[in-house]
Ligand binder design. Structure first.
Ligand SMILES: NC(=O)c1ccc[n+]([C@@H]2O[C@H](COP(=O)([O-])OP(=O)(O)OC[C@H]3O[C@@H](n4cnc5c(N)ncnc54)[C@H](O)[C@@H]3O)[C@@H](O)[C@H]2O)c1
Length: 251
């Protein structure tokens, strides 16, 4: 894969799957833009990338806030003038509860970050990509929870099913505009999100793993590899694809 001359944006790139993706894309020659609500993590990630000789720029924004996203992309347009690849990865897990007891504040926040955030960013990314001759590529980070039910996670599951619908719809809308839009659907991956879920309990982790045919958590770089594939010319005839990277769970 070759991302030389490509400007690649990763939301939620300060940690976990997003950070691994930013590092991998930088390794393939990209100029990296990391956007994160946690400015310390995005700045630290970019500093480390620059220390390794890569080009990396940190921006702070809450993707769930339409005004912040508009401002963010105005800055990106001014600073870089182009956007070749966008990875909409920022996401949260939310509460862990049965549907009839699911907390409304958590429901709204999950929807705002996981669904509105992808939608707001896609709107701005599409505007930039429509304005440039070379088009662009968008990869949304959905989840196996976008294809399967997952008890006690109604908000998360609903948000990720919606991201898949949004991905497939936009893929058709821009298929003749030289813009490809795909999604990855990871299962349990060894990041802070899963640590928050297991709370350090080996019993809970074992329960999660038992459901996965390959019998282990994914590593963030295994998800990043699939994101890079969908972002690269290696997948040049794929759009609207929602690629499971899930140890055989959803297929
Ligand atoms: N870890 C898993 O098991 C797993 C499985 C399937 C899908 N996913 C998806 O992968 C994506 C990344 O998850 P992760 O496991 O790397 O999580 P993580 O918690 O390790 O990292 C998420 C990053 O997103 C940032 N972020 C959170 N809310 C934000 C907001 N409103 N605006 C901007 N940045 C924000 C965080 O600060 C953090 O840096 C998410 O969309 C998640 O739903 C994760």
């Amino acid at each position: 894969m070759d991302f030389a001359d490509n400007t690649c944006l990763v939301t939620g790139g300060g940690a976990g799957i997003g950070l691994s993706t930013a590092e991998m894309m930088a390794g393939y020659g990209a100029t990296i833009i990391i956007v994160d609500i946690d400015s310390k993590s995005s700045e630290k990630a970019c500093l480390e990338l620059r220390n390794r000789g890569h080009r990396a720029h940190a921006y702070s924004a809450d993707v769930a806030d339409a005004e912040q996203v508009r401002e963010l992309f105005k800055k990106i347009r001014d600073d870089h003038g182009r956007l070749d690849i966008a990875v909409n990865n920022a996401g949260i897990g939310g509460a862990w509860n049965l549907t009839h007891e699911y907390d409304h504040a958590s429901w709204h926040r999950v929807m705002q970050v996981n669904l509105d955030g992808v939608f707001f960013c896609m709107q701005e990314e599409l505007k930039m990509m429509l304005d440039q001759e070379q088009g662009g590529v968008i990869v949304n980070v959905a989840s196996m929870a976008g294809k399967l039910p997952q008890v006690k996670s109604s908000a998360y599951v609903a948000s990720k099913h919606a991201v898949i619908g949004l991905t497939k719809t936009a893929a058709q809308e821009y298929a003749r505009k030289n813009i490809r839009i795909n999604a990855v659907c990871p299962c349990y991956t060894d990041t802070q999100m899963v640590s928050d879920l297991t709370q350090g309990s080996a019993v809970i982790e074992e329960k999660l793993i038992r459901a996965v045919p390959m019998g282990r958590l994914a590593r963030p770089d295994e998800i990043a590899k699939a994101i890079c594939f969908l972002a690269s010319d290696q997948s040049s005839f794929s759009t609207g694809l929602c690629l499971s990277v899930d140890g055989g769970l959803a297929r």
